[in-house]
Design a protein around this ligand. Structure first.
Ligand SMILES: NC(=O)c1ccc[n+]([C@@H]2O[C@H](COP(=O)([O-])OP(=O)(O)OC[C@H]3O[C@@H](n4cnc5c(N)ncnc54)[C@H](O)[C@@H]3O)[C@@H](O)[C@H]2O)c1
Length: 309
């Protein structure tokens, strides 16, 4: 058995469910550290049954628990977090979990000699972008406690790198979608909302002209970037993970109408909307991680519709 062992916070969540199989293929064993507030217990049990995954059911705010569980791990992935929606509704809890959790994990990883740590940051650290595509060196303007904690997390990694030689990569995920995602996901809930309406024979309703856009990245592609970031030669960088393509809400509606196979036209609800657009510059991901997205939005959405039928 290999001695590569990953300490994985939030390892019972959506993106982790797609990442853990890749880690097992590459001969890592995995310690899932998750308090199971949003975790998928059935999926975790399947992983545990392989004999290469264990679950430590604890909170990232409990520093002693983190330290104990990380001991002996060669790598770390830090995903445990509370979402944007919850961070707006309850800033206190969000700051507590995200900031304290970040610090507990980064400090323990640095002290316990973890070789590489991968942190889930977010495209939301940019705030409303000044230009597209969004580049890692662009100005950051995080707007919510969640986004502020992601940005602070990146800065804190820099501190432990300078202080204790911690090696890290912070992946700025764009709009992740795919099988197993919870329907209330902040940005991508629109996908589920449209699919549900289309299945009921109703037209998707779009505010304004539907010009607002997202950079939808399929979770299968995204999971590969996490493993690449764990193993890349170059490190200590924030790295955008998206497709580089901005898909407007109007285009998304058309893609989903085709995928569901109904004969309706989107309805436009004329009102002023703030048009926000997103697309990642993924040059750095290509160069540093040797990573490339392979699933087009059309293909990914069509498969998602089929899988959820
Ligand atoms: N899904 C996206 O579109 C997206 C976009 C940008 C960034 N991210 C980041 O990627 C990471 C993974 O996202 P996801 O979609 O898989 O989220 P998820 O909610 O499915 O998973 C998060 C996991 O963390 C666990 N958790 C929450 N609070 C905890 C605590 N206090 N202690 C221990 N565990 C705790 C939950 O039980 C859950 O299993 C997160 O850091 C998220 O911020 C996600």
């Amino acid at each position: 058995m290999s001695d590569k062992k990953v300490f994985f916070t939030g390892g019972a969540g959506f993106i982790a469910a797609h990442t853990i199989p890749l880690l097992l293929e590459r001969d890592y064993s995995v310690v899932i550290y998750d308090n199971m507030t949003r975790g998928d217990r059935d999926r975790v049990n399947e992983f545990v049954a392989t004999g290469k995954v264990e679950l430590v059911e604890k909170d990232v705010r409990y520093g002693g628990g983190v330290r104990e569980a990380i001991r002996g791990c060669t790598h770390a992935i830090h995903f445990a977090t509370v979402s944007i929606n919850k961070s707006i509704a309850d800033p206190h809890e969000s700051i507590d979990i995200n900031m304290t959790g970040n610090h507990n994990v980064f400090a323990a990883a640095a002290d316990e000699g973890v070789q590489r740590l991968v942190f889930a940051s977010s495209a939301s650290v940019y705030g409303d972008p000044q230009k597209l595509p969004m580049h890692e060196d662009d100005q950051l303007n995080p707007l919510t406690p969640y986004c502020i904690s992601k940005r602070a997390g990146e800065d804190l990694l820099g501190f432990y790198q300078r202080q204790k030689g911690l090696s890290w990569n912070a992946l700025r995920f764009f709009n992740v979608y795919g099988p197993g995602q919870k329907i209330e996901a902040y940005y991508t809930s629109v996908i589920n909302h449209f699919i549900q309406r289309l299945r009921a024979g109703q037209a998707p309703v779009i505010d304004g002209k539907g010009e607002q856009s997202m950079d939808f990245i399929h979770v299968t592609d995204l999971a590969k970037s996490v493993v690449a970031a764990l193993e890349s030669e170059q490190a200590n960088l924030p790295i955008n993970i998206g497709t580089g393509i901005d898909t407007s809400i109007a285009t998304l509606a058309k893609i989903l109408i085709d995928a569901v196979g109904v004969d309706v036209e989107p309805q436009f609800n004329p009102r002023d909307v703030l048009v926000s657009r997103r697309a990642a510059d993924i040059t750095r991901a290509r160069e540093v991680l040797g990573w490339e997205p392979t699933i087009s939005v059309q293909q990914g959405m069509t498969e998602l519709v089929k899988a959820s039928a």
